[in-house]
Design a protein around this ligand. Structure first.
Ligand SMILES: [Zn+2]
Ligand SMILES: [Zn+2]
Length: 104
């Protein structure tokens, strides 16, 4: 466990347009990465862009278009849909999972 005061979420909408573009591109690459040697540096770059600790960085996959960027391993994060043949499934952030849990 990290400190309770560690930043665990970021807001996609507060990133600059250039950072949002980079974030989306890195996410696409991470989704189709074939090995951890490809995948892990992408996750590190994503964490850096969002100013979050290293982890399984995801943008909330909730249908409410929530802008939260978070760690998929965080307490309360909810997998809506497992990925099929790709690395990244749809994951709800803890707040969305609490307020309006979704299932595929
Ligand atoms: Zn959310
Ligand atoms: Zn939501």
């Amino acid at each position: 466990m990290t400190s309770a005061f560690a930043r665990s979420e970021a807001d996609y909408n507060t990133l600059t347009p250039a950072a949002q573009d980079a974030f989306n591109q890195l996410m696409e690459q991470a989704d189709t990465a074939r090995s951890n040697t490809e995948y892990l540096p992408l996750m590190q770059a994503l964490a850096g862009l969002a100013d979050l600790p290293q982890g399984e960085i995801r943008k909330c996959g909730c249908s409410c278009w929530c802008p939260v960027i978070f760690d998929a391993n965080a307490d309360g994060a909810h997998v809506i849909e497992e990925s099929k043949g790709y690395n990244l499934g749809r994951v709800q952030c803890p707040t969305c999972a609490d307020r309006h849990l979704e299932t595929a």
